[in-house]
Design a binder for this molecule. Structure first.
Ligand SMILES: *[C@@H]1O[C@H](CO)[C@@H](O)[C@H](O)[C@H]1NC(C)=O
Ligand SMILES: *[C@@H]1O[C@H](CO)[C@@H](O)[C@H](O)[C@H]1NC(C)=O
Length: 277
């Protein structure tokens, strides 16, 4: 006879197996360490420690791009850590910075997260290394990915249904969803603006139910959406909660902000961009 305890143990083992072999459910995987040297971890003080809160990505020697909704009221003691793979381990590649200046896009909308793009000026230039490098971002004359294009994103945010946060950087391939569909009332309706791109995970075969519910979560916000290795979007998610069915991720279209980016970075003549090219 199978006791209640045995059944519980079996259930626990089953859940553990699901978590530890996460690819099957979540369509994501651990990134090769430092294979995305532009990734930034934006961390907030929590007692004695710093806690990962949002992603970001390096676009020039002293500049990190992220989302406004990550730091809506200012830096408040947050730090930016570059060269991270594991959040908890003391890695020699890590470089930690204070935020010298934060530029939130002035037209950010709290109601639908339109214009969710921010620039952080670090307190000093980073030391370029295999683990820390700028990424190219799409400018106004570039081509954004079309419907069904494969794009990818990475982050330290919750990537599974159970809300657990990974310690190591995870990456996932997603597919662009047509804006017509994202504007449908059963998706995002009128909250979905022309400055947004939406993308969902490519469902593996067999496409199981837990997978369908999967979604990117808070800790991924501010990170990049990449198309052929170029940053084309910023993880924004329109303020939606994690794990909603039929809600793809929402990303800010970077190429719509070329002028604002150029003007903002030019505000600080000391910030040369000679490392970024
Ligand atoms: C913000 O919106 C106003 C009104 O539409 C516009 O004039 C201004 O150029 C926008 N600001 C930026 C930085 O795009
Ligand atoms: C860059 O390297 C120099 C020399 O090793 C060091 O003094 C400096 O603190 C480093 N800068 C950063 C941002 O870590």
């Amino acid at each position: 006879m199978v006791s209640e305890k045995d059944a519980l143990v079996a259930a626990a083992v089953f859940v553990f197996v699901l978590i530890s072999h996460g690819e099957g459910i979540i369509g994501g995987r651990e990134a090769e360490p430092h294979s995305r040297p532009y990734m930034a971890s934006i961390q907030v003080p929590e007692g004695e420690n710093m806690k990962h809160e949002c992603g970001g990505f390096v676009i020039a020697d002293q500049w990190v791009m992220t989302a406004v909704h990550c730091l809506p009221t200012g830096p408040n003691g947050r730090k930016v850590v570059l060269g991270v793979h594991s959040l908890s381990e003391p890695e020699e590649t890590k470089q930690t910075f204070d935020i010298l200046e934060l530029y939130n896009h002035p037209n950010f909308s709290e109601s639908n997260y339109d214009n969710d793009i921010a620039l952080i000026k670090l307190d000093r230039p980073f030391n370029i290394s295999e683990a820390v490098k700028a990424v190219e971002y799409l400018r106004a004359d570039g081509t954004n990915p079309g419907t069904d294009a494969k794009v990818d994103t990475a982050g330290w945010g919750s990537l599974d249904n159970l809300g657990s946060r990974p310690d190591k950087l995870k990456e996932v391939v997603v597919e662009v969803v047509s804006s017509t569909r994202c504007r449908r009332s059963d998706y995002f309706g009128r909250k979905f603006t022309d400055n947004m791109i939406c993308a969902h995970k490519v469902c593996p075969d067999p496409c199981d139910q837990p997978y369908k519910k999967e979604d990117s979560c808070d800790g991924d916000s501010g990170g990049p959406l990449l198309y052929n290795g170029i940053a084309v979007g910023i993880t924004s998610n329109g303020g939606k909660k994690c794990g909603q069915i039929k809600k793809p991720g929402i990303y800010t279209i970077i190429s719509h902000y070329t002028e604002w980016i150029d003007n903002t970075m030019a505000l600080q003549p000391a910030a040369t961009q000679d490392q970024s090219s």
